[in-house]
Write a protein that binds this ligand. Structure first.
Ligand code: GLN
Length: 463
């Protein structure tokens, strides 16, 4: 089929299904078809095309695009049209992918269910009474609903892996620094990473190969060669690979027994392919969530201070009341009050408190120390094994609305995912069948920094 035919099919599918699913915040038929027509024209002119030529891709609405709005699913940025493309979007275009639109998310990527979007919740395609996971819920749901084959999400504490798990698709959180964050609207800068979502490892490997690599415009980007992830997933033999079973995760309370069972079943599959299983413990894993929820909000409170109603985004209408505070204070407070949703405000307050004079040593600085302990747990584990195996989420997709009023319950969705972000290591969420209600469940593999190839290889053997 031509690129135009493929793009039209994707657009038709989105227009039929997205009224219910709400995976997209922005879709542009003309731009998409024009990009596809350009691929077809260059193909017939005999030009050599990029590795993603004509493939429809959706992009989480936290990544800047010069020709589409970039809202972070926030009222604060409802009218933001960046003048430039993010590094990963540039790379997609250079690979001749066709970007169909922007996907829905929790506001500023803060959440685990995509219910914190200013543009309405995204629904899980497997059961539309349930959440798709978050914060990259739109990016996972649009793949699960066969609207596009691949998409880009971001993961600060689990936001690629959790929606991938709950929507029955495959998602990779790369090593910190492996993928450019130039033009990624910052949530928590020491944790954020862009990564691929797709139906299978086979589908995300070429996407990962496209987006990985150095970008001098991102000071945290690693200046190291990237191998071929497509070549890395050839073969089926895991002989010589040691896989650590995460004891704390398997013994954790409140975890669906079906998910623990799926992890054990997966272990057998790996063993059959030649891998050796070893019991591993990460003694500080109980501190992942509390450490994350000090560090991430602290960084967020600092990153989000730029939304002041003057330079960016939403600006409150001029008002008289509060004038005693002065015009700037009034505009600042009102714009932020109107522009940010409840969860974002909660994070700003948590972070501001944790960083404030007199409390920083008890909270932020202490969290940084615990982060080092968490990282050393992983270092010790990886001196014994090549990969770690465990769950992604404690439960399958839960009903819409069931946790929105209980932030602590929502934060506990991150029980198994925040460790990889705190340690900066890559982690892969792989579909592992369905539970008794027909909802997708998943397993997680984690690898040492920069070992995405190993992760994808083992993932492809499992699939
Ligand atoms: N659920 C976590 C949070 O709300 C992770 C979000 C993410 O990875 N962007 O912060």
């Amino acid at each position: 089929a031509s690129a135009v035919e493929i793009a039209s099919a994707a657009l038709d599918r989105i227009e039929t299904a997205d009224g219910t699913i709400n995976a997209f915040t922005h879709l542009n038929r003309e731009l998409t078809l024009a990009a596809a027509a350009d691929v077809d024209r260059r193909r017939s002119a005999g030009e050599t095309l990029g590795p993603l030529a004509g493939v429809p891709v959706a992009v989480k609405d936290v990544l800047c695009t010069h020709d589409m709005p970039t809202t972070c699913s926030s009222k604060m940025l409802h009218n933001f049209h960046p003048p430039y493309d993010s590094g990963v979007v540039e790379k997609l275009r250079a690979a001749d992918a066709v970007i169909v639109g922007k996907t829905n998310m929790d506001e500023f990527a803060m959440g685990a269910s995509t219910e914190n979007s200013a543009f309405g919740v995204t629904k899980n395609p497997w059961d539309t009474t349930r959440i798709p996971g978050g914060s990259s819920g739109g990016a996972a749901a649009c793949v699960a609903a066969s609207m596009v084959p691949i998409s880009l999400g971001t993961d600060t504490g689990g936001s690629i892996r959790q929606p991938a798990a709950m929507c029955g698709v495959t998602g990779l959180k790369p090593t910190y620094g492996r993928v450019s964050r130039y033009g990624l609207i910052a949530f928590a800068s020491s944790l954020d990473q862009v990564g691929p979502i797709g139906w299978s490892v086979q589908d995300i490997a070429p996407l990962m190969e496209t987006i990985a690599g150095h970008d001098k415009r991102d000071s945290t980007s690693l200046n190291l060669d990237v191998g071929s992830y497509v070549d890395a997933i050839k073969g089926t033999d895991l002989t010589g690979i040691k896989i650590g079973m995460l004891r704390e995760s398997m013994e954790a309370e409140g975890v669906d027994p079906t998910i623990k069972e799926a992890v054990k079943e997966a272990a057998k599959v790996f063993e059959k392919a030649g891998a050796e299983l070893i019991d591993i413990n990460l003694p500080h894993s109980e501190y992942w969530v509390p450490t994350y929820y000090v560090i991430a909000p602290s960084e967020a409170s600092s990153n989000l201070s730029r939304y002041d109603g003057a330079h960016y985004g939403h600006r409150a209408a001029d008002i008289e009341t509060g004038a005693e505070l002065g015009p700037l204070v009034t505009t600042y407070c009102r714009s932020r009050d109107e522009g940010f949703g409840a969860e974002v405000k909660r994070r700003i307050m948590l972070g501001t408190y944790a960083l404030s004079e007199g409390y920083a040593d008890d909270y932020y600085n202490k969290a940084l120390k615990v982060r080092r302990l968490i990282k050393s747990d992983f270092d010790a584990a990886f001196s014994q094994v090549d990969l770690l195996l465990g769950p992604v989420t404690p439960t399958a997709a839960f009903p819409l609305g069931s946790k929105v009023d209980d932030p602590i319950q929502m934060y506990l969705c991150d029980l198994f995912t925040t460790g990889a972000n705190l340690a900066g290591i890559p982690a892969l969420s792989l579909p592992a069948g369905k539970d008794a209600d027909g909802l997708p469940i998943a397993i997680q593999l984690q690898a040492p920094a920069l070992e995405e190839s190993r992760l994808l290889f083992a993932g492809s053997v499992f699939q």
